[in-house]
Structure formats: C-alpha cells, structure tokens
Design a protein around this ligand. Structure first.
Ligand code: ACO
Ligand code: ZN
Length: 226
C-alpha cells in the first residue's frame, strides 16, 4: 500500500518537477541535469553574497526583532562597498537588469537588511534626484489586452511627460525570495525616509521608484497607498 502511494507521489514529481531550494530559494526541476547544474552553480554564490560576517564599524540605522538595517555610504571601507555591490548584482540578475549602472555611484546610499542569522535578506539603493515622472495607471487598458500585450505593458511604462519634484530615487529594491511578504521592503523604505536626508523625514511623494517590475509595482502601490 505504502509503496504504491509512494510511486504515485514520485510520478507526480517527475511530471511537474519543480523544487524550491530551502536555502537559496531557487526554483528548478530536480529531474533535469541542466537545472541541477544551474542550481549548484547559483546556490553557493548566492549564499556567499548574502552572508554577513559583521563589520567593525556598522552604521546601524534601524533595529527590529528579526534583524537590523545597515547603511553603506560611498566612502565606506572597501569590504562594505564590496558587500553592497555583491548584493546589488544579485538583485540585478533577478530583476533582469544587465549592467545598469547607477546614475551617480558616488552618491548612492545602500540600505541592507541583515537577518538575525546573519544574512542580507533585503536591499534598497537610494539616490538623490530632483524630479521624476509618474507612471500612469494602466489598469483599464490592460483588461482586454492579450497576454503578450499585458506583459509588454507591465514592462514598458507609460509615463507622464510632466515631471514632478522628488528627492529620493529608489533605484533598486530587493528582498530574498524566501523572506518576502514579511514587511522587510516596507521597513527598508520607512528607514530610507527617516534617514536619507539628515534632519528631515521624507514624505511618500518625495520618493520615486525607477523602472518598477510587476512585483515592484504591486508593492509600491500598496506602500504609497498607506
Ligand atoms: N504581490 C502583491 N502584493 C504585494 C507583493 C506581491 N508580489 N509584494 C508586496 N505586496 C504588497 C502587499 O500588500 C504587502 O502587504 P501584505 O504582505 O501584508 O499583503 C505589502 O506590499 C508590503 O510588502 P512587503 O512585505 O513589505 O514587501 P517584500 O518585503 O515582500 O518586498 C519586493 C517586496 C521588494 C517587491 C519583493 O517582492 C522583491 O524583491 N521582488 C523581486 C525584485 C523586484 O521586483 N523588486 C522591485 C523592483 S523595482 C525597483 O527596484 C525600483
Ligand atoms: Zn539552493
């Protein structure tokens, strides 16, 4: 009895085959040699990139029950810059950005969310800006579009042509896939708003998201609406 149940389960896995690695979060087909290889390649590099050993000088800008937020500034020691850069590359590869450089790396501020088990599970890169263009709401037009059109619309934005003033550009926001929907991105942005400009708290309207992904849009809509 037991063995025939087992057989069915195995067959199911063979057919649908998607596994999520509990440590790195990669979704892959365990049956495919190619996928297994890609996972092995990715796994260690990912864990090395998000590993946080602790620094002699850490600029802790917020603390929570499950972690803390560290701010890395452009003139910080090499090891801090290197870590911020490693995490940015991870986020970029997940976002599908290819070599998108920051508009002004010498001014970018990187906020890293460090979990209690010493992993960097979230990252925001914020830059000084002066103006932004609103992404126009397309919910109406997307309804009767084909799937391809819809995906295209999700990627290519309709922006208003009139700039609005903004102070802080969110050029990257990323949370480790296994740690999403726990308020980490929210806490990162709250911290950006309270610490980005010395001595003043930024309003929601003073933040601008660059090039949001579908996830980013859903998050930003919720965040800006509250
Ligand atoms: N779908 C629907 N609603 C969402 C989603 C989603 N994928 N993500 C967030 N929200 C909304 C929810 O209402 C959520 O509240 P709830 O969980 O109580 O319902 C609220 O936003 C707050 O979400 P957080 O938990 O604070 O967000 P999280 O820590 O999960 O991070 C993020 C969100 C950064 C978008 C994450 O999903 C991610 O890293 N995605 C992949 C990378 C990406 O697309 N980043 C945005 C790129 S845009 C840019 O970089 C400028
Ligand atoms: Zn893995």
């Amino acid at each position: 009895r037991q063995s025939s149940d087992q057989l069915i389960i195995d067959a199911g896995q063979k057919q649908f085959g998607a596994t999520t690695c509990p440590s790195c979060g990669m979704i892959y087909s365990a049956d495919s040699l190619e996928d297994n290889f890609q996972h092995t390649q990715f796994h260690q590099r990912f864990l090395d990139s998000i590993k946080f050993v602790g620094w002699k000088k850490e600029r802790v800008v917020a603390e929570f029950w499950d972690g803390k937020i560290i701010l890395v500034l452009p003139d910080d020691p090499k090891y801090a810059i290197k870590k911020a850069e490693d995490v940015r590359q991870l986020a970029d590869s997940e976002l599908g950005f290819q070599q998108v450089s920051l508009s002004c790396p010498s001014k970018a501020k990187t906020y890293l969310y460090v979990s209690q088990n010493r992993m960097i599970v979230g990252c925001v890169i914020a830059e000084n800006i002066r103006q932004a263009f609103r992404v126009l709401d397309q919910t109406g037009s997307a309804k009767d579009a084909s799937k391809e059109d819809f995906m295209e619309q999700q990627r290519a934005w309709c922006c208003s042509s009139r700039p609005v003033p903004a102070l802080c550009g969110i050029s990257r926001i990323w949370v480790f896939s296994l740690m999403r929907r726990r308020g980490i991105a929210t806490r990162l942005l709250d911290t950006v708003r309270s610490s980005f400009m010395y001595g003043s708290h930024l309003d929601m309207e003073e933040l601008a998201f660059s090039d949001p992904t579908p996830d980013g849009k859903l998050f930003a809509t919720k965040y800006c609406g509250t």
